[in-house]
Design a protein around this ligand. Structure first.
Ligand SMILES: Cc1ncc(COP(=O)(O)O)c(C=O)c1O
Length: 488
């Protein structure tokens, strides 16, 4: 059968479905997460049929889109407090639509001049926030001597791998051709994100190349341990390729002491990499930028825009203080692309893991263009405040234990930890998300299971905090009742 979908009608169907979805997501009557079994979802979406025959008409499209949206996690609900995935502005998807239509990747300037230009502009802006942009105007796209530089890439894990590849090129440039020397290690807090040790394994250095530095009770690196671990590592005949800092740590949202770590790296001439996937946004706020004091002294930084800059996944920046260091990240040349002297504009391809990459700069720019920069500053400050408010609320609510004052928008807590064990804390989380009331996560912290909230949604307020506490209390008390019954 001939496909009768037309552009305007299809656009209208999708726009109407999304509009309805947004208003339903905002309602507290709607389940935050609707998690059916995959067989059920596939059947209701008529996946096999559509795969073979395609959309027959507008009804097919409408049914599919509506059904698809029913089987989703509603990040736009004020009761979504889950993983560090942006809750985008309602208009944030437009660049994905444009690029889904025109398909201009942005790694080669000639394949997407507008997208590449926006990427360079946003990189200049990010560099200027760190203090690594030395030009007079963010429209300066040429390579400025002594300037920092950076690229956008698909996610923080790839970004960490990119930065570590540059760190290796700095200490052991021969590794690209000959393979790794055996004596390279990377130091970092034991609370470093798993993508760091994963990157080391991918780079052929093995997980063993990660040397954990002890952390305090809040899982922040202990500065006095740095010298000890460094001396021990050196005495074992190893060279430290880089030191990693958490800004902030994934589980807790707490920041490592960046300035002191930077000074340590300066003293020992060690590459300093700041994993700011989540917390780099503190740079936007005069109230919070002190948490990144000393960042300017680092060698590299990663910054996930799809976490706290409200950009739809994925979009991460890898930034370098010294652009020459970035040039060496990947020393391989492809004859069909890397002829930079002849090209107009700038190609990011030589510096990225990806060969083809999405128009990430367009998504990032768009999130600012929707309402202007101040709206994002307000968003960051509000998210950080939401975590503080939740902390104050739970601290005064009977039964809740909050182990630390939040420094970002991430907060961990437990319900009656003296009588509700790790497994039961986790059961509370599953009860909450399976009932559709809330979406929160959990983590292991200080060797114990904690409930974990990440406040990413501007609509979340004290009504949600009250409802969350009451829901957890109810589920916790039910667990305790069952336990007492078993014991009787
Ligand atoms: C500190 C930190 N680094 C890296 C990552 C990995 O980022 P991505 O999920 O974009 O790969 C995360 C993800 O949560 C993170 O919290």
């Amino acid at each position: 059968m001939r496909n009768t979908l037309n552009f305007s009608k299809a656009k209208e169907i999708v726009a109407n479905a999304l509009k309805k979805y947004i208003s339903e997501s905002i309602s507290t009557e709607t389940s935050v997460l609707n998690q059916n079994k995959p067989e059920l979802i596939a059947k209701s979406l008529k996946v096999k049929h559509l795969f073979e025959k395609g959309f027959k008409d507008e009804n097919d499209l409408k049914n599919f889109v509506c059904n698809y949206l029913k089987n989703t996690n509603h990040l736009k609900s004020s009761r979504y407090m889950g993983h560090q995935v942006a809750v985008p502005h309602d208009l944030a998807g437009i660049p994905d639509w444009i690029h889904g239509t025109i398909n201009n990747p942005s790694s080669l300037y000639e394949m997407g001049p507008a997208g590449s230009t926006l990427e360079s502009f946003m990189i200049n802006w990010m560099l200027s926030k760190v203090g690594w942009f030395k030009g007079n105007d963010l429209y300066e796209f040429g390579r400025l001597a002594k300037n920092g530089s950076g690229i956008l890439t698909h996610g923080g894990s790839i970004a960490n791998l990119t930065a570590l590849s540059s760190a290796r090129a700095a200490i052991a440039p021969e590794a690209w051709d000959k393979g790794n020397p055996n004596d390279l290690v990377v130091m970092g807090p034991s609370s470093s994100h798993y993508s760091i040790s994963r990157a080391l394994s991918i780079m052929g250095m093995g997980k063993k190349a990660f040397v954990p530095v002890p952390v305090d009770e809040n899982e922040k690196i202990i500065i006095s341990e740095l010298e000890k671990v460094f001396t021990r590592t050196k005495n074992q005949g190893n060279r430290v390729m880089a030191l990693i800092a958490n800004a902030c740590a994934t589980s807790t949202g707490l920041f490592d002491p960046i300035d002191e770590m930077a000074n340590f790296c300066r003293k020992h001439k060690i590459w300093f990499h700041v994993d700011g996937a989540h917390g780099s946004v503190a740079l936007l706020s005069k109230k919070h930028d002190h948490k990144l004091n000393g960042l300017k002294k680092a060698d590299s930084l990663i910054w996930d825009a799809h976490k706290m800059l409200r950009v739809p996944s994925l979009c991460t920046a890898v930034l370098f203080k010294d652009q020459k260091k970035m040039w060496k990240s990947f020393q391989q040349k492809g004859s069909y692309v890397f002829h930079e002297k002849d090209v107009v504009g700038m190609d990011s391809m030589p510096f990225t893991i990806e060969c083809t990459k999405s128009a990430l700069g367009t998504k990032l720019f768009w999130t600012f263009a929707i309402e202007g920069q101040q709206a994002l500053i307000n968003f960051v400050e509000n998210s950080f405040k939401q975590a503080k408010d939740l902390y104050s609320f739970l601290k005064n609510y009977d039964g809740f234990h909050c182990p630390y004052v939040p420094e970002s928008n991430i907060l961990c807590f437990q319900y009656k930890p003296e009588i509700i064990n790790n497994q039961e804390q986790l059961a509370i989380r599953y009860d909450l998300i399976n009932s559709g009331e809330f979406y929160i996560t959990s983590c292991i912290f200080r060797g114990k299971r904690y409930l974990r909230t990440v406040l990413m949604n501007p609509l979340t307020d004290e009504r949600d905090f009250k409802a969350l506490a009451r829901a957890i209390e109810k589920k916790g008390e039910l667990i305790l009742k069952k336990k007492t019954k078993i014991l009787q």
